[in-house]
Design a binder for this molecule. Sequence first.
Ligand code: AMP
Length: 216
Amino acid sequence: MILVLLGPPGAGKGTQAKGLEDRHALVQLSTGDMLRAAVAAGTDLGRKAGDIMDRGELVPDELVIGLIAERMDADGGPKGFILDGFPRTIGQAEALDRLLGERNKTVDRVIVIAVDDDALVARIIGRFTCAGCGEGYHDVFKKPKVADVCDRCGGSEFTRRPDDTEEVVRARLKAYYAQTEPLIGYYEQQGKVASVDGMADIETVEKEIDEALKGV
Ligand code: AMP
């Protein structure tokens, strides 16, 4: 199964992707995670992408398309993958269709996670991640069960993203509405879209997504 998670920053794509990995044995492919790893490793790509990410803008299509092309073969997983944060432009969606077509595959379902704008900024500013396993948490909405200990792997080191500040979040939202939201129409034309209410709690959203995946 090839699943695309679509929604603004803070909608819960990363959280839901992690849950889907556990429940459906799919593999999460996150271009944001790949780019952050490239920045941390100081690669050529990381140097090109870092400043753009710090401003909350989208990095050029050809860079992320190259990343996805590499990783879908290497890390795609036997049961398929979840695309989190890709595609983000019509150009990327067309490239994805081409890449999958060459492999006799197609996007099976596009889950749109809808969230009110006001909630997004609050959600993003409070979030942090386990450095060991990548599980996501939030200062208010999803604290670890035991303070400073990851529920999933028991790790005690956590990180916050440098682009999770209010100013950069606003720029990321602007990029989402200008460049990414039009993808909903693109995939609606292909009859692949299911929308879920991202304002609900995490477990309810999980159930709605599983419902949307029945029969895929
Ligand atoms: P994310 O972790 O998905 O929120 O992505 C963090 C940042 O990485 C974004 O604000 C963009 O600068 C960059 N990025 C991630 N995925 C893409 C993509 N598919 N196209 C362009 N830029 C991306």
